[in-house]
Design a protein around this ligand. Structure first.
Ligand code: UGA
Length: 447
C-alpha cells in the first residue's frame, strides 16, 4: 500500500519505518530540511532502539523515502498519516496549527481519494474539523477524502517493539472504506505475518485485537489511556508519601496491590515523577478538553499536582540530609526523562537540576544518550563524561533515570570519589542493602 507520513518526529519516523518494515511503500515528509537531510544521508535525528537498522534496510530495498516536498509525498498515497506535533498552548490546550496546515496541504495536493489518518495526539472532535477543512479546501471533482483516527500507544525507547507487537490497534472510522484500508494496512501486524526485526525467534501466539470505533471514541481512547497511566503513577507517588509517614515500604505495598489482576503491577513505580513529551502535556490537554465540554476533571488536576510536587520532595529530602545546598556539589545520574531515550522534554532530572542551581548548588550530570540535549536546555549544568566524574568531590548523588548501566556501577569506586557518600535513589532502582553495606547513606522514595 502507498503510505504517506507527514511529520517525521518520534511518532512519524517510527510509523513510517515500521510500515515500510512490514512491506508497504512509505514516503515520510517533513518541513524541517535539516532533519530530512540527516535521514537522506543515512543519519538519525533521534535515538530509538532498532530504528536505524530498519530505516537503512527499507531505504536500501526502495520501500522508504524522505522528502520535504509535500506534493510529492501526498500524490500517490492511499493512506496519509498526520504525525505533526501538537505543542501545548500556555493554558494547556493543544495547539493544532500544524494539524490544520497539514490537512490543507493534503486537500490541495491529493489526486487520488486518500484516507487521512490522525496519529498525533489530538483532542476529541479534531477529526470532525479535519473533515470540514478537507471539504472546504479540497473540493475538486474526482477527489474524495475519508478521515480516521488511529492513536499510537508506543513508548519512547520501546517504540518499534510497541508498534510491531501492540496490545491493541484502535481505529476510529466513519466509513466502511476507511476501516477496510486500515485493516489491510495492519493485517501483517494483526496476524504476526512479518519478519520481526527485534526477536529472531518471534512467534505471536494470538491475533492482535483490532478495535474499530467511531472517530470521537478513538480520539478519547488515546487521552484516556495516557491519563489513566499517569494516574497510576501519581497514585503510587502519593502512596509512597504515606508509606514514609506511616512506616511502610512502597515496593512491598506496590507488589501486594499490583498482584491483583484488576490493578496490575505496571506503572506503580514511585519516584521523582513522570516526564516526557506525552503524559504531562496530554494530562493538561485532557483536563482542558473536559473543561470545554463542561466537566471539571478534578481527579486529573490532582494527578498533575501530585506529579509537580515530586521535584520539591527531592529538594526537601536533600535539605534534610545536607542542611545547606549552596556551594555544594551534587551529581545527577541520568538526565533523560526515562531510560533508553535521549529525550529530555519535561524530564524530572532537568527540573531538579534547575531547582538545585537556583538554590546555589553546583550541579554535575551524566547521561548515556541525553547529555548534549540536556546541555542545550540548561547550559549551566556541568556535563560529565562518565558517572565517576559526576560524583568527584560531590556531597550527594541523585539517581534520576534508571539506565541499566547505573545498576551495574562500581559503587565502592563511586564512594571513593565522594566527599560524602550520600545517595538519593529517585527511582528506587538500586540495591539498598548492598549500597548500605558499601558504606553509603541511602535515601529512597517511600521506603
Ligand atoms: C507514554 C505511554 O506509555 C505510551 O503508551 C504513549 O503512546 C506515549 O506516552 C505517547 O502518548 O506517545 P512515554 O512517554 O514514551 O509513553 O513513556 P512511559 O514509558 O510511559 O513513561 C512516562 C514517564 O512515566 C517517564 O518519565 C517514566 O519514568 C515515568 N514512570 C513510568 C514512572 O514514574 N513510574 C512508572 O511506574 C512508570
Amino acid at each position: 500500500m502507498n503510505v504517506c507520513v507527514i511529520g517525521t518526529g518520534y511518532v512519524g519516523l517510527v510509523t513510517g519505518a515500521c510500515l515500510a518494515e512490514i512491506g508497504h511503500q512509505v514516503v515520510c515528509m517533513d518541513d524541517d530540511a535539516r532533519k530530512i537531510e540527516i535521514l537522506l544521508s543515512g543519519g538519525m535525528p533521534i535515538y530509538e532502539p532498532h530504528l536505524e537498522g530498519m530505516v537503512k534496510r527499507s531505504r536500501a530495498a526502495g520501500r522508504l523515502h524522505f522528502t520535504t516536498d509535500v506534493g510529492e509525498a501526498v500524490r500517490e498515497a492511499t493512506v496519509i498519516f498526520i504525525c505533526v506535533n501538537t505543542p501545548p498552548l500556555p493554558d494547556g490546550e493543544a495547539d493544532l496549527t500544524y494539524v490544520e496546515l497539514a490537512t490543507r496541504r493534503i486537500a490541495e495536493h491529493a489526486t487520488h481519494s486518500p484516507l487521512i489518518t490522525e496519529k498525533s495526539t489530538v483532542p476529541v472532535q479534531t477529526g470532525a474539523w479535519i473533515e470540514k477543512t478537507l471539504a472546504i479546501y479540497g473540493n475538486r471533482p474526482g477527489v474524495e477524502f475519508d478521515v480516521a483516527s488511529n492513536p499510537e500507544f508506543t513508548r519512547e525507547g520501546m517504540a518499534v517493539e510497541d508498534f510491531l507487537h501492540p496490545d491493541r490497534i484502535v481505529v476510529g472510522v466513519s466509513t466502511a472504506r476507511a476501516e477496510q484500508i486500515l485493516r489491510e494496512l495492519y493485517a501483517p501486524i494483526v496476524a504476526g505475518r512479518f519478519r520481526c526485526p527485534i526477536h529472531a525467534d518471534c512467534r505471536q501466539d494470538r491475533a492482535v485485537p483490532f478495535l474499530v470505533t467511531d472517530l470521537r471514541s478513538a480520539e478519547l481512547i488515546k487521552h484516556a489511556s495516557n491519563s489513566f497511566l499517569a494516574m497510576k503513577i501519581s497514585f503510587a507517588n502519593a502512596l509512597a508519601d504515606v508509606c514514609e509517614l506511616a512506616g511502610g515500604d512502597i515496593l512491598q505495598v506496590a507488589e501486594g496491590v499490583g498482584l491483583d489482576k484488576r490493578i496490575g503491577r505496571a506503572f506503580l513505580n514511585a519516584g521523582i515523577g513522570f516526564g516526557g513529551s506525552c503524559f504531562p502535556k496530554d494530562l493538561k490537554a485532557f483536563v482542558k478538553i473536559a473543561e470545554r465540554s463542561g466537566h471539571d476533571f478534578a481527579l486529573l488536576r490532582e494527578v498533575d499536582r501530585i506529579n509537580e510536587r515530586r521535584r520539591e520532595m527531592v529538594l526537601e529530602k536533600l535539605k534534610r540530609a545536607l542542611w545547606i545546598l549552596r556551594g555544594k556539589r551534587i551529581g545527577l545520574l541520568g538526565l533523560a526523562f526515562k531510560p533508553n531515550t535521549d529525550d529530555v522534554r519535561q524530564a524530572p532530572a532537568l527540573a531538579i537540576a534547575r531547582r538545585l542551581l537556583e538554590e546555589g548548588a553546583e550541579v554535575r550530570g551524566y547521561d548515556p544518550q541525553a547529555a548534549s540535549k540536556a546541555r542545550q536546555v540548561i547550559p549551566t549544568l556541568t556535563i560529565c563524561a562518565d558517572p565517576y566524574e559526576v560524583v568527584a568531590q560531590a556531597e550527594a548523588v541523585i539517581l534520576c533515570t534508571e539506565w541499566a548501566e547505573f545498576l551495574a556501577l562500581d559503587w565502592p569506586r563511586m564512594k571513593g570519589q565522594m566527599v560524602r557518600p550520600l545517595i538519593l535513589d529517585g527511582r528506587n532502582a538500586l540495591d539498598r542493602e548492598k549500597l548500605i553495606s558499601f558504606g553509603f547513606e541511602y535515601i529512597g522514595i517511600g521506603r
